[in-house]
Design a protein around this ligand. Structure first.
Ligand code: ADP
Ligand code: GLC
Length: 485
């Protein structure tokens, strides 16, 4: 099958969170399956290039209509293992610092930037002669693609037999814009209806993807149910989603088990697997304490956070709860985002030297050190479509502390019995519940055998892409077959 993956980020080229990990990993696993050819399309943001990859310009250019204007797109190409990666280039839209935003908020032309990118993917595939059987697009940034195929490109024979699969990674980001964006995108007024593209008088990119794609997926079974049936979770789109219920599937994410492997990880102090966990974890913990200027005491529970600083992640609860435990606990936080949370962690660290360390920013290497060096990993999310960090932390023997929601519920088992558990879970994102489980954790940490039995369950879990990749490919093939009729 010829598969085109369109996304606004993919690791190792560009990443702000889990979407990047997943889009990159999926392109690779699809390409490894026999008989598949994969082209991954990404925007060429500033600073992508150089490094380990050799970029080749694809000669020529093509035009993309935006509003009344024509904007020019060029392509460059990188061969990444079996995946052909095509970067859509346009200086005005992508050659600037940042991917989606500045420190003060979203770029004001994000509607244009991603409309341009999406249309450039469709024109770019033609330009290079890659005729896809399936196009897999991700999140609001590429959600207009299925809408184009059903409207402006309806009579385009190049795409007549192409199926679209749209994956929702986070329904909290919908890409909602006014009528002017609808016009800039070049749609016809006949499509400005509630059944199609109109949403409260404007256009909602995510809704367009949901209504227009042949198949819709999201990143865990529990989240698939939550967004259809719970208003707080569906964020206004629960009706639209229920309408597509028969074509909506929850497929749990995996993690790249080569990148996230404590045995071979070159970022960390000492590699370890489950057999060498005790010594490996001790060495990594000591190194992390040292690097962060924390007291070097192995008997303190070292807690970690690696996260976008966003209300989704429930980190305000961490700020509220952790101070009560600092006699027995230390905390290392790496994160970037919300100014109030940033300020909160800065203050907590300043008030508790030796116990709390905060590193603002995005730092791949330091993230690895936190997963490896900590005993527990805090992720009391208010909602979590899937979550990768809890799986990464389990693989590194850092027990996750999560809320029973979305993908956290589908991956972390906690029933009070250490022999059946691979982490800790609370029912709701409430400070009281977090406080009570932290109390339990602090006392349980002294029972090394019980603790190690949980670590064993966590480290031995299967977080690979094997099963989920097969689920996607099965859906692709069904969607494609329907198009051939
Ligand atoms: P989300 O996609 O909602 O941000 P996930 O748990 O799915 O959450 O994925 C987060 C990914 O981003 C993980 O790979 C995590 O290690 C990484 N990450 C998040 N924040 C940072 C940061 N500040 N520095 C480095 N890596 C980060
Ligand atoms: C989103 C979600 C996260 C998910 C990731 C990858 O960013 O917030 O839960 O793991 O996408 O699918």
């Amino acid at each position: 099958m010829k598969i085109l993956v369109a996304a606004s980020e993919a690791f190792p080229f560009c990443k702000t969170g889990g979407l990047g990990d997943v889009a990159g990993a999926l392109a690779q696993v699809f390409a490894r399956a026999e008989g598949n050819e994969v082209a991954l399309f990404l925007p060429r943001y500033r600073n992508i290039g150089g490094g380990a990859f050799s970029f080749k310009a694809v000669g020529g250019s093509f035009l993309i209509p935006i509003g009344g204007r024509m904007e020019t797109a060029t392509l460059s190409h990188v061969q990444w293992g079996k995946v052909s990666v095509y970067f859509v280039e346009n200086q005005k839209y992508f050659d600037r610092p940042g991917i989606y935003r500045t420190a003060y908020g979203d770029f004001e032309d994000n509607d244009e930037r991603f409309t341009f990118f999406t249309r450039a993917v469709l024109e770019g595939a033609k330009f290079i002669g890659f005729k896809p059987d399936v196009i897999h697009c991700h999140d609001w940034q590429t959600a207009l693609l299925p809408a184009y195929l059903r409207t402006s490109y309806k009579i385009d024979s190049f795409y007549a037999k192409t199926a679209t699969v749209f994956t929702i990674h986070n329904i909290a980001y919908q890409g909602m814009f006014g009528r002017d964006t609808f016009l800039k995108a070049g749609f016809d007024w006949t499509d400005f209806t509630p059944e199609k593209l109109e949403f409260y008088g404007g256009i909602n990119f995510l809704k367009a993807g949901i209504t227009m794609a042949d198949t819709v997926t999201t990143v865990s079974p529990t989240y698939a149910a939550e967004i259809q049936h719970l208003p707080d979770f569906g964020k206004g789109l629960e009706g639209v989603l229920r309408h597509r219920s028969a074509d909506l599937f929850g497929i749990i994410n995996g993690i790249d088990e080569e990148i996230w492997d404590p045995a071979t990880d070159t970022f960390i102090e000492r590699g370890y697997d489950f057999k060498s966990y005790t010594r490996g974890k001790a060495a990594c913990k000591k190194a992390l304490q040292e690097e962060c200027g924390l007291e070097q005491d192995k008997n303190l529970v070292l807690a970690g956070v690696v996260s976008r600083l966003d209300s989704q992640k429930g980190l305000d609860l961490v700020l509220e709860t952790v101070p009560g435990f600092l006699e027995n606990m230390q905390l290392v936080v790496l994160g970037v985002g919300d100014p109030a949370l940033t300020e909160g962690f800065k203050r907590l660290a300043a008030a508790n030297p030796g116990r709390v360390y905060f590193k603002p920013g995005f730092d791949e290497g330091f993230a690895h050190k936190i997963y490896a060096g900590t005993d527990i990993f805090l992720m009391p999310s208010r909602f979590e479509p899937c979550g990768l960090s809890q799986m990464i932390s389990m693989r590194y023997g850092s027990l996750p502390v999560v809320t029973r929601t979305g993908g956290l519920k589908d991956t972390v088992n906690y029933n009070g019995e250490p022999k059946d558990s691979n982490g800790f879970a609370i029912d709701a994102p409430e400070a009281g519940q977090l406080r009570s489980i932290m109390g339990h954790i602090v006392s349980m940490f002294k029972w090394r055998d019980l603790w190690t039995s949980m670590v064993k369950n966590a480290m031995k879990g299967d977080y690979s892409w094997n099963r989920s990749a097969a689920d996607y490919l099965r859906l692709f093939s069904i969607a494609w077959q329907k198009k051939q009729l």
